[in-house]
Design a protein around this ligand. Structure first.
Ligand code: C5P
Length: 214
């Protein structure tokens, strides 16, 4: 069953916490990205965990192999559920990162192609992720089906999700509705603004889950 990850793209921790409180009955996974983590560090992770929810710590690690491993080891200390590494960081870096997991945590998801990038081959990236032992990949809606069909063992984490009722695309270029994403094989749907900008966020989450059969 796919899970929704709500993106805590907020400037301050109390605002982020108010969203965790609002959504925690319906959503069990929250994404902490660089905006919040650079300001608050592990305190931000603890804030989510305190409410009994899991953290996707989206660090987008990209460095030499030994530093990637240390970054993953530090992420593991926070108890986060998952983190991200750029697949472009080389296979040595991906292998070192994977070796730094502690009892399977954090799950490591590889960033295939940034949605802001004009080009890049997500299948090649997914292949490298698979060979190096990553748990999954972050993949755009446009590439999801071919990646999942080729590498069913990889968890597919998909941003750019827009419910049919949400007209704005914001800066997302390759969008899917929640049900399209699930039927194409998404395991985790990363959703921010369609929930944040909704008049009734909790109702919107319920609608998304119903629509996608979650
Ligand atoms: O667009 P939305 O607010 O739903 O974005 C949720 C997450 O998707 C963001 O936290 C970001 O990591 C990711 N994103 C992306 N490409 C963009 C914009 C956001 O992958 N162009």
């Amino acid at each position: 069953m796919a899970e929704i990850i709500f993106a805590l793209d907020f400037e301050n921790l109390s605002e982020a916490e108010s969203w965790v409180k609002k959504l925690k009955g319906e959503i069990n996974f929250f994404k902490i990205g660089l905006q919040l983590f650079i300001r608050y560090g592990p305190e931000a992770v603890r804030m989510v965990q305190k409410h009994g929810a899991e953290v996707f710590l989206d660090l987008k690690i990209h460095d030499i192999p030994s530093i990637c491993a240390k970054a993953v080891a530090s992420a593991a200390e926070t108890g986060c559920f998952s983190t991200t590494i750029h697949i472009a960081a080389t296979s040595e870096a991906l292998n070192s990162a994977c070796a730094a997991r502690t009892s399977g945590r954090p799950r490591i998801w590889g960033v295939t192609v940034l949605s802001s990038a004009k080009q890049g081959n997500s299948l090649d990236a997914a292949s490298q992720a698979f060979l190096c032992g990553l748990n999954g990949v972050v993949v755009s809606g446009a590439d999801l089906k071919k990646v999942k069909d080729s590498f069913p063992q990889l968890e597919c984490v998909v941003p750019g999700i827009r419910p049919a009722s949400y007209a704005l695309k914001d800066d997302q270029k390759r969008i899917l509705t929640p049900s399209e994403a699930v039927s194409c094989g998404a395991d985790y749907l990363v959703i921010g603004r369609p929930i944040r900008n909704a008049e009734n966020p909790l109702e919107t989450v319920k609608e998304i889950k119903k629509d996608a059969g979650l």
